[in-house]
Design a binder for this molecule. Structure first.
Ligand code: AGP
Length: 600
């Protein structure tokens, strides 16, 4: 979703901002822009339009000695993706320039109350913010005007603001949308994600909500200060070194990040095993175990792929740990809470740790006094920091919008958590996970075969995945993968439900892909597939060695039945990948989607 980057320092500011925006491209966007100070013309210049960040760089001139810039990648929320709605936005007199990540819920009321004399050039909620600052700055200082403005805003926002009368300062604000500060001897960089700082910062700082930041040049030094919303100075937060592996950010010879990330999945499982291994057993820390003492029910909250991992997490909690569990889509739970048992623990699953729907849930349940545990891939993320405790999935940076390795990472950590909480389950997780990693490797190695299967089977505009029990939950994730990167309409169905309606959509050659990893429901799912075949569907079976029959198309190595999702999802990810490749769509950045959904 929207990404922001700002820089003041000795480096060429436009380069820092554009490279930073490129690093944030994976989040998903449909337009982008930059405002920088051009010392050759002694004025601020703005370049912006729909399309890619590369265009922003290639189509415009940036003098070498520009030292201050702010930039933005926009994922449209208020108003279509066009030139006018693209950030940065100017105030009416053009004194102030702003980039904004988030959504202002009361922008209409604020316009009506304070800005009736203002003309607007875009349909965005952001323009209201910059005009409020302009309006208030007529009578008070700029920083006071910013503080007064944010005191009126309802919603989420990370903002960077420039006063065009001041070529040495950027103002920033963070509330509910991500914003971090990066620092080097050469300058200060601001951004929605630490990835934006690669090569331009030695350290980074995480910011709390309701922080107001000034970043400025004082003589030949570049410094920042943080204040609260009433103007009191806050001490600098903890300094983190930029020591993560930048190799992760390259494609390592793969044509797309998605294929690289699919291939990394066995390594992710092994990495998780090494991180959670204590005395030859896979365990979470005693503090986290203690959170579940006498728990009556676990509530799992998540969105998208992480929600699908949560559905399998429910099976793990109930079968392995014997703790009743419920799973909710975060955006539903946030505003439609069920009746909750008093001794409940909330487990929030999120690759990014920044999903706004989930954060809304976290705020609600924390306020009610419930214990919260997040499971994320980004230990510095909002959800990791704000939950009572957090578990890292150690998947490494996931760049492709379609989540793959984070899903298996979430499953593996959920299994470890459930096993740690179980009193006497016989599951030997070390042995079973090691076997699963081998089975995963085996199918990744056979990816060319999956490509052939795709070319023979996946045709037309519709597709169905079916399964029962744990396979049904994998079918949901498999369908999400195919639809999000190929744009083929795909449903994941409980196999037994096919005859209760969806069968009406089955006609000649519609692919119906059955996932069959569980012995006790093997025949049932096969019967449902036969019913589809009788309507001339094109069948495809993904099974394990011990559930396979006759001519099953994709037969995977046997693994423990509870760990089968780690394996059965891989052919489905590869089916999606190769179909998208053959269709020639933008695999890593599918249309309309964002990696990190930072608005509700
Ligand atoms: C998965 O392929 C999606 N791109 C999407 O469903 C994603 O899983 C969802 O937005 C949740 O993200 P999170 O795990 O970062 O919270």
């Amino acid at each position: 979703m929207c990404g922001i980057v700002g820089y003041i320092g000795q480096e060429k500011a436009s380069d820092v901002v554009i490279k930073g925006l490129e690093r944030l491209e994976y989040r998903g966007y449909d337009s982008c822009g930059i405002t920088f100070y051009n010392p050759e013309e002694s004025k601020f210049i703005t370049n912006k339009d729909t399309g890619r960040v590369a265009k922003l760089l290639n189509d415009n001139h940036y003098p070498d000695n520009n030292h201050l810039a702010i930039g933005h990648t926009r994922w449209a929320t208020h108003g279509v993706a066009n030139h006018q709605n693209t950030h940065p936005h100017y105030s009416m007199s053009e004194r102030f320039v702003i980039v904004h990540n988030g959504v202002i819920d009361n922008h209409k009321e604020l316009t009506f109350k304070y800005l009736h004399d203002y003309e607007f050039r875009s349909e965005t909620d952001t323009e209201v913010i910059v005009n409020l600052i302009e309006e208030f700055a007529k009578k008070i200082s700029v920083v006071e005007a910013i503080r007064k403005t944010i005191s009126l805003l309802d919603g989420s926002y990370a903002l960077l603001v420039i006063d065009t009368n001041d070529t040495d300062r950027i103002y920033a604000v963070k509330n509910k949308s991500p914003l971090l500060i990066g620092e080097s001897d050469k300058g200060i960089v601001l951004g929605s994600d630490v990835l934006a700082f690669v090569n331009y910062a030695d350290y980074y700082y995480l910011l709390e909500d309701n922080s107001v930041i000034t970043v400025e040049r004082i003589k030949d030094k570049f410094v920042f200060e943080i204040f609260d919303t009433i103007g009191l100075k806050i001490g600098k937060p903890e300094k983190h070194p930029m020591d993560f592996v930048t190799d992760e950010l390259d494609k390592a010879g793969f044509e797309h990040y998605m294929l690289k990330e699919i291939s990394e999945q066995p390594t992710v499982v092994r990495k998780i095993m090494s991180e959670y291994m204590v005395d030859n057993k896979l365990r979470v820390s005693p503090d986290i175990k203690a959170m579940f003492h006498q728990v009556e029910r676990v509530y799992i909250l998540a969105a998208g792929t992480s929600y699908h991992a949560g559905l399998i997490g429910k099976i793990y909690f109930e079968e392995i740990a014997k703790i009743p569990a419920e799973v909710f889509i975060a955006s539903e739970f946030a505003y439609n809470e069920p009746l909750i048992e008093p001794k409940s623990v909330f487990v929030l699953i999120s690759q990014s740790g920044e999903t706004a729907d989930l954060r809304a849930c976290l705020m609600n349940v924390k306020e009610q006094g419930f214990k919260t545990l997040s499971i994320t891939n980004v230990p510095t993320s909002t959800l990791a920091r704000e939950a009572d405790a957090t578990l890292n999935i150690y998947a490494g940076t996931e760049i492709a919008v379609a989540s793959t390795k984070a899903y298996v990472g979430e499953l593996a950590v959920l299994a470890i958590l459930a096993r740690s909480l179980s009193i006497q389950h016989s599951l030997d997780l070390v042995y079973e996970m090691s076997r699963a990693a081998v089975a995963m490797e085996n199918i990744v190695d056979k990816r060319d075969y999956i490509h052939e299967v795709v070319q023979q089977t996946i045709k037309g505009e519709h597709c169905f995945y079916i399964g029962r029990g744990i396979d049904y939950f994998v079918a949901l994730e498999a369908a999400l993968k195919l639809k999000e990167i190929t744009y083929i309409h795909t449903d994941g169905l409980a196999a037994g439900e096919l005859k209760h309606g969806p069968m009406a959509l089955i006609e000649k050659d519609v692919p119906v892909i059955a996932i069959i990893s569980q012995d006790h429901i093997n025949n049932n799912t096969r019967s449902n597939l036969e019913e589809a075949k009788a309507r001339e569907a094109k069948p495809l079976v993904i099974s394990l060695e011990n559930t396979s029959k006759g001519n099953d198309d994709i037969v995977l190595m046997d693994v423990h039945r509870l760990l089968s999702p780690l394996i059965t999802i891989i052919p489905a990810q590869l089916i999606a990948y190769y179909k998208a490749l053959d269709l020639g769509v933008d695999i890593d950045k599918p249309r309309n989607l964002a990696k990190s959904a930072t608005v509700e």
